[in-house]
Design a protein. Structure first.
Length: 527
């Protein structure tokens, strides 16, 4: 009891005066805070490239024997498609022309510059405005007089992100008109031939082969059809896309497992880039629920804490923290479809480890003047998360194609960071009011993404006008009302209440804004 009385006396004299890094052995410090933040981010001009739509015109990544381009799914060399187990379309059409003296198209390679890929893209700017309201509950416990452990939980009541895509520009494709014209003319030549007397008097086997060539290239349901390009030409983003190859369609099945007619999720037969933006980027995203959980240990390495009443004026602490990914992250697009676009991540989705040092120097004067500083190094472990289906980050316009290209999940590693702060604290009115001013800096390195598509990985990590590496500087000002000292305490219950404001001084590649908060602190003796 004597020891307990001593500790409670220490708490009454010293802990009331300031928020100290640690608490004495067997003492609980419980902190409740109500937080409200607003911030925004306006990007520089960014680029986008629907690379896999460009590959539908000319695929420069698929090569056959001898290093020649030979994708059966682009427009470049349709003659390389197998007509049967022996011949390709090109070889059979050459044979047919020699036999019949005709000059029908053989769908040979050509009509495009193969030294460059086909670029289907443009530029845009992005504006994001976030609002977040949450309650924080932090419990600290003095395991010994030198070691304090803590757990910090936050419940997000409202988290909204208003997003706008601005200055959206797209451009016609260079160098594909000759290729498109070739296929249009080839279709017309085959149709004219099928209406000719030569075709009429041919054997059924030859008619079958000619019809098969035509059906392979010029019917909607063929995987090798080129009809799509006749609708969109060399400017698909402005002319508009047609068909489920490019437009989001919902496939569904009835109660007996029979597939119904796919539903066009945009509701237009011809879909332009602006329609796709409206589909993928609703004006507001929101979420609520538990945030990531933080567990920490703070250890006295040298000196003595202020509550010890020691004559030693300084203290050095070691810090170990673990962030556990308990906050909401988006669900699989396959499960929720378009609903994914209107949800926002609360947590970061990965475990994050932090190591650091904290130092305090107390002048032990009447106004309890104190200077303090902290430095933390943080790194995360890679975790698998569900792929966010964002059209401007992807290489295609169809969400199901995006999932196929990138994968339903990807591996994410948050970039390591260095955080430091320096501040001062003092009592304008001793043992009643306290003020703290803190300058905070953070430098974070680039995130890492690993999916089935290296182009998506690279774009997500950084590109023109955007980078996941960032740095920012904040200033934080806090005022404390202290009601722990027995000489001037109101009521029977000792407590402290606080009011704070954190605002951004500078930021690069990240949000800037402010955070306001208030709360209560209780120090309780454990028995």
């Amino acid at each position: 009891m004597k020891n307990s009385f001593l500790i409670m006396s220490i708490l009454a004299i010293e802990i009331n005066a300031q928020i100290l890094p640690t608490v004495p052995k067997n003492v609980f410090r419980i902190t409740y805070g109500n937080y409200s933040s607003q911030d925004m981010w306006d990007s520089e001009t960014q680029n986008f490239d629907f690379k896999n739509i460009g590959r539908a015109y000319f695929d420069n990544e698929v090569k056959g024997d001898g290093g020649v381009f030979s994708s059966p799914f682009d427009l470049y060399h349709k003659g390389s498609i197998n007509l049967d187990t022996v011949q390709t379309i090109e070889s059979w059409m050459n044979w047919f022309n020699n036999q019949k003296g005709t000059n029908l198209p053989v769908f040979e390679a050509g009509f495009i510059d193969t030294s460059n890929s086909v670029y289907v893209g443009g530029t845009f700017k992005e504006s994001l405005k976030r609002k977040k309201a949450y309650d924080s509950y932090k419990i600290e416990y003095g395991l010994t007089n030198k070691i304090t452990i803590s757990v910090d939980l936050s419940l997000v009541s409202r988290y909204t992100v208003n997003q706008s895509i601005l200055e959206l520009n797209s451009y016609p494709i260079n160098g594909v008109n000759d290729l498109i014209s070739y296929h249009k003319n080839a279709k017309l030549e085959l149709e004219n031939f099928r209406n000719s007397d030569t075709y009429f008097y041919m054997s059924d086997s030859l008619k079958y082969k000619i019809d098969r060539v035509y059906d392979t290239l010029y019917t909607e349901n063929s995987p090798h059809s080129v009809l799509w390009v006749f609708n969109i030409g060399d400017d698909p983003l402005n002319n508009g896309f047609v068909g489920d190859r490019f437009i989001p369609y919902l496939r569904w099945f009835n109660e007996v497992g029979i597939e119904g007619t796919p539903i066009n999720e945009i509701g237009k037969d011809t879909v332009k880039l602006s329609d796709l933006i409206n589909y993928y980027y609703p004006s507001q995203k929101s979420s609520s629920g538990l945030d990531d959980t933080r567990i920490g240990i703070k250890m006295l390495l040298a000196g003595a804490p202020a509550w010890s009443m020691s004559k030693n004026k300084s203290a050095l602490y070691g810090i170990v923290r673990l962030l556990i990914p308990s906050g909401y992250t988006i669900r699989s697009f396959k499960d929720v479809r378009q609903k994914q676009f209107s949800k926002e991540n609360i947590g970061i989705g990965v475990k994050r480890y932090s190591l650091g040092l904290q130092g305090d120097y107390f002048f032990r004067d009447r106004r309890n003047f104190r200077i303090f500083g902290k430095i933390l190094f943080s790194a995360s472990t890679p975790e698998r998360l569900y792929t966010p289906i964002n059209i401007l980050a992807a290489n295609h316009t169809n969400p199901d194609s995006i999932i196929t290209i990138i994968g339903e999940t990807y591996k994410y590693t948050e970039g390591s960071s260095v955080f430091n702060e320096f501040g001062i604290g003092f009592d304008p009115k001793p043992n009643r009011f306290r003020l703290k001013i803190t300058l905070k800096n953070i430098h974070k390195k680039r995130d890492q993404f690993l999916s089935n598509d290296r182009h998506w990985d690279s774009w997500k990590e950084s590109h023109d006008g955007y980078d996941t590496a960032y740095k920012k500087r904040d200033i934080k000002m806090e005022a404390y009302f202290i009601n722990n000292h027995s000489d001037n305490r109101f009521g029977p219950l000792p407590f402290e209440c606080f009011l704070g404001l954190r605002t951004n001084l500078s930021s690069t590649n990240t949000f800037y804004g402010s955070l306001m908060y208030f709360g209560l602190i209780f120090n309780l003796q454990g028995w």
